[in-house]
Write a protein that binds this ligand. Sequence first.
Ligand SMILES: [Zn+2]
Length: 104
Amino acid sequence: MCDVCGQEVASITESDLYLRFILGEVRMEELTTSRERHIRCHPELAQFIVSSDFEPVHCQGVFAKEHLDAAFVAEQQARVTRAWRRLQDVAKKPIPLHEYPLPE
Ligand SMILES: [Zn+2]
């Protein structure tokens, strides 16, 4: 269940937890113990996913990307979009969990 909207997180392709795992921000053992959340329900992170397959998420407030440094935003967009693409990809393949995270 999503911690924000209360709806089921039906697939890892829409899981904020797995996206952050691929980014190296969540450890493997935390996947089973952390609260789940939709990617779209975490706009501070989702705003950095830039793909024609992903409807853009607008983040309000001080963490909105229009208030952030342009170089930082470009870097985050490249990193988070790559992680999101990897998440869509690994969900379709029999890849072991420990190989999900990006190399860095
Ligand atoms: Zn949600």
